[in-house]
Design a protein around this ligand. Structure first.
Ligand code: PHE
Length: 374
């Protein structure tokens, strides 16, 4: 009887706490459905877990419950801008986390900037996301660096002298990365023989690949998203093209292997993070919880999603206020925040400077190859 009473008392206490506790709304915009939904799903897993670890924030001695409001942008630019707009005007969010695809984040960033609402992208790497914007930040590196890393790896590790780039002209991410790779690869003495365009959603790459077979490059650089990268790899192998395939962070999704099968074996890609390089206390706690919850290795998207959340909460704490201007200043002043992916410092352009890792598909899994520092 006593036990039941105690349980009941705890329940009432928790309920009253939930009702009495003040709330702060944080918006999240991710591609939960559509062609790049694997990015949204993985990122959301990370953000949800980070929220479980730190569900509240203290402001002026008072505890606020953090209320995450998730909006699906379906991987679309206009949907991203609309979602940001709604979160700001209807939900009064203090920070927006998202999106993943750079083109989506660029569309959102204009809305965030106009409404003076801080936005943190976990994983959008195109420079234009933050460029010239006061309220827009990210917790990952940018593509001039990622392209340089790919070029360096192609030259030094794959010993490639020639490259062909297959570029998704519908994605700012792909166009930017193609440009950065070309610049770095040629500076290192390599030669980009040709840049061949495609568009997100395309499924037949035989035309492009026939040209590539004839050009016979040492490496094919494909800075695209997993679906198209997997299809390109499949069709390339079907045509008997043996060149090494190198991709970027956009390849990192289990779907790359599901769609690509044997054809993506040996494919290399540059990305943000590997479990083995976890150095912080928060990282260790997070990866343990992640394994217990999802029973799989921690991927870049989930880790970066968590870091966007943790940096947002830490900034609200340091701002000690719900004033968006003060939160914005606190984010901009983030220095050596010990996040899941490492120590995060936001530079004067709103970006984080971090190392990149190279991974390789081996037996259907993503194997760590090397780390390249900025
Ligand atoms: N960097 C990609 C972009 O800007 C998004 C991405 C990040 C995808 C990490 C997968 C993993 O569009």
């Amino acid at each position: 009887m006593k036990k039941i009473f105690k349980l009941f008392a705890i329940l009432i206490f928790n309920l009253s706490l939930a009702f009495a506790m003040k709330q702060v709304n944080v918006g999240v915009v991710l591609p939960m459905t559509g062609p790049i939904s694997a990015f949204g799903q993985q990122t959301w897993e990370g953000i949800k877990l980070a929220h479980q670890i730190e569900p509240t924030v203290k402001i002026n001695g008072e505890t606020y419950k953090i209320n995450l409001i998730l909006m699906d942008n379906r991987g679309d630019k206009a949907e991203s801008a609309n979602a940001a707009s709604r979160l700001i005007t209807q939900n009064n969010v203090k920070v927006i986390l998202g999106a993943v695809a750079s083109s989506n984040s660029i569309a959102m960033s204009t809305v965030a900037e106009k409404n003076k609402t801080p936005m943190i992208s976990p994983s959008s790497t195109n420079p234009l996301v933050t460029k010239g914007k006061k309220y827009v930040f990210r917790v990952c590196f940018i593509d001039p660096f990622q392209g340089y890393v790919a070029a360096k790896f192609a030259r030094n590790n794959l010993h490639a002298k020639t490259a062909v780039i297959i570029m998704d002209i519908a994605q700012d991410y792909s166009v930017g990365l193609a440009k950065s790779f070309k610049k770095a690869f040629e500076k290192m003495g390599g030669r980009v023989i040709r840049i061949l365009p495609y568009k997100s959603g395309q499924t037949d790459f035989k035309g492009i690949l026939t040209v590539i077979k004839y050009l016979h490059p040492d490496v094919i650089y494909v800075p695209g998203y997993y679906r198209e990268v997997a299809l390109i790899a499949r069709q390339a192998r079907q045509l008997g093209i043996k060149a090494k395939i190198l991709s970027g962070d956009g390849a990192e999704a289990p779907e790359l292997v599901k769609i690509g099968g044997k054809a993506v074996e040996g494919l290399y890609f540059t990305t943000h993070f590997d479990e083995k390089s976890i150095s912080t206390k928060l990282g260790k706690e997070f990866v343990k919880k992640y394994h217990e919850t999802y029973h799989k290795e921690l991927n870049s998207l989930a880790a970066l999603g968590a870091d966007a959340y943790f940096v947002a909460v830490d900034s609200i704490k340091r701002a000690n206020s719900l004033d968006k201007e003060k939160i914005r200043d606190a984010i901009a002043n983030t220095k050596n925040f010990p996040g899941v992916t490492g120590n995060i410092t936001i530079d004067k352009n709103g970006n984080a400077v971090k190392p990149a890792v190279v991974k390789k598909v081996e037996n259907g899994e993503f194997k760590y190859v090397t780390t390249i520092n900025p």
